[in-house]
Design a protein around this ligand. Structure first.
Ligand code: PBG
Length: 342
C-alpha cells in the first residue's frame, strides 16, 4: 500500500474530484482576490549613467532607450523618478578614458562625476529620493577590473583599502546607500568600519553579495566604457554561474559583516538563487535585472518577436514571486508609469 500523498495533492486529484482550478480564474475580480504577488512602484530602483558635460545625452547603442546623461540631466531624471514614486536611483559613471589609471585614483576624487551628480541630486530632491552608488573600481581602472591589478592578478586586501576610501568619499557627497559590487573578500566589514569611523552610521550598505561572472553585463560595460579596456575576465572574484551553495556562504558572510540589504545579480537567470537566499536569511533582498536582460527584451521587441510591455512586466513580477523585495531595472520609469495608470 502506498502512503497517502501530501494533503494538497489529495484534495486536487484524489478525494475531491469536483475541484476545478479554473473557477478562481473565471472573472477578473476573482483573479485579483487570489493574486499572490504584486509589483509596486516601491519595488523599483532606476540605474542611471552619468557623463561629463551639460545638457548632454548620449544613447547607449546596446541598450535602446537608455542614455548617458550629464549631471544636470541626472537631476532631472531623478526628479522624474521622485514624481513617479520610485524610491531610489543608482548612479554609474562613464569616466573620461584619460582619467583611467592603474590605481583608479579618480574613484577617490570628491569631484568625480558620481560625487558631483549625487550632490546635485541631493540638493535638488533632498530626502524624498534615495541615491545608491556602486563601490568598485572598474569605471576608473585602466585595466577595467573592479580591483587593483598586479602582475595580472586582482589584489584583494589592497583593493578593499581603496574601496573603503571610495565609500567614504561617496558618503560625503550625500550618497544614502553604498553598494559594493566588487566581490572582494571582507569588504563589507571594512566598508562598515570606515563609514562608522567617519560618522556615517546612517549610510546603508547594499551588498552585491551573490554576483556572478556573467555574460549578461556586456551592454553595461559599453554604457560605462569599461568593456573595451577590460583585460581578461572577472572569474577570479565574481561567482561561477554553476554554483548555488556558494551563494549561501557569500551572503552569510556579508550579513555577518554588517550588510543592511543584499543583492543577487544577474536577475532572471538566477531566480533560484533569489529564492534560496530569501528563504535562508529573510534579509531585504534585491535582484538586478542587468543590462543584457534588458537588451534581450528590447531586441526581441524591436524585431516584433515579443510584446515588450507584457514581457517586461512579467519579468519584473517574476522577481517578486521569487522572493525579491525589489528590482534594479532600466525599465523602472516605464514600469512605474504603467503601474500608475493601472
Ligand atoms: C561593476 C558593475 C557591473 C554591473 C554593475 N556594477 C559590471 C561588471 O561587474 O562587470 C552590471 C550591471 C548591468 O549589466 O546592468 N562593478
Amino acid at each position: 500500500m502506498t502512503e497517502p500523498g501530501p494533503a494538497i495533492v489529495t484534495v486536487a486529484f484524489g478525494e475531491f474530484p469536483l475541484a476545478r482550478m479554473r473557477r478562481n480564474r473565471f472573472d477578473a475580480w476573482t483573479r485579483r482576490m487570489v493574486c499572490e504577488n504584486r509589483l509596486s512602484v516601491d519595488d523599483l530602483i532606476w540605474p542611471l549613467f552619468v557623463v561629463d558635460g551639460e545638457n548632454r545625452r548620449e544613447p547607449v547603442a546596446s541598450m535602446p532607450g537608455v542614455e548617458r546623461l550629464s549631471a544636470d540631466l541626472i537631476v532631472k531624471a531623478a526628479g522624474e523618478a521622485k514624481a513617479l514614486g520610485i524610491p531610489a536611483v543608482a548612479v554609474f559613471p562613464y569616466t573620461d578614458p584619460a582619467l583611467k589609471t592603474p590605481d583608479a585614483k579618480e574613484a577617490l576624487n570628491p569631484d568625480n562625476l558620481v560625487c558631483r551628480s549625487v550632490r546635485a541630486v541631493k540638493e535638488a530632491h533632498g530626502d524624498a529620493l534615495g541615491v545608491i552608488c556602486d563601490v568598485a573600481l572598474d569605471p576608473y581602472n585602466s585595466d577595467g577590473h573592479d580591483g587593483l591589478v598586479e602582475n595580472g592578478r586582482v589584489l584583494n586586501d589592497e583593493t578593499v583599502d581603496v574601496l573603503c576610501k571610495q565609500a567614504v568619499v561617496q558618503a560625503r557627497a550625500g550618497c544614502d546607500i553604498v553598494a559594493p559590487s566588487d566581490m572582494m573578500d571582507g569588504r563589507i566589514r571594512a566598508v562598515r568600519q570606515a563609514l562608522d569611523a567617519e560618522g556615517f552610521q546612517h549610510v546603508r550598505i547594499l551588498s552585491y553579495a551573490a554576483k556572478y561572472a556573467s555574460g549578461f553585463y556586456g551592454p553595461f560595460r559599453d554604457a560605462v566604457g569599461s568593456g573595451g579596456v577590460l583585460k581578461g575576465d572577472k572569474k577570479t572574484y565574481q561567482m561561477d554561474p554553476a554554483n548555488s551553495d556558494e551563494a549561501i556562504r557569500e551572503v552569510a558572510m556579508d550579513v555577518a559583516e554588517g550588510a543592511d540589504m543584499i543583492m543577487v545579480k544577474p536577475g532572471m537567470p538566477y531566480l533560484d538563487i533569489v529564492r534560496r537566499i530569501k528563504d535562508a536569511f529573510a534579509m531585504p533582498t534585491f535582484a538586478y535585472q542587468v543590462s543584457g536582460e534588458y537588451a534581450m527584451i528590447k531586441a526581441a521587441a524591436a524585431n516584433g518577436w515579443l510584446d515588450e510591455t507584457a514581457a517586461m512586466m512579467e519579468s519584473l513580477l517574476a522577481f517578486k514571486r521569487a522572493g525579491a523585495d525589489g528590482v534594479l531595472t532600466y525599465y523602472a520609469p516605464v514600469a512605474a508609469k504603467l503601474l500608475g495608470e493601472a
